[in-house]
Design a protein around this ligand. Sequence first.
Ligand code: CU
Length: 106
Amino acid sequence: MILRTTMAALFAGAILLSAPAMADDANTVTIKNFDFAPMALTVSAGTSVTWHNLDGEPHTVVSVDGVFRSAALDSGESFAFKFTKPGVFKYVCSIHPKMVATVTVK
Ligand SMILES: [Cu+2]
């Protein structure tokens, strides 16, 4: 009985430890303080990139070349787009056009 409890505790610990690694996902762009982070992201073709809005303000993710366009993302909302073709994809927040960033697909 003691062993079983210990195993359960270890298992719960493993789940908690893995959570920060997932948040650090290389295919994730965080929107915070009116900035995209990272501002320049490089991924392989076939990768889905997810944007998370952590600001209290709504933001959008809009490709300058019309390749993708999110709806207004409220605080805590996210948007994902799968990049299938190589290229340099510049995008902005259409609400705050000074927010500019790129995704490079190789
Ligand atoms: Cu914005």
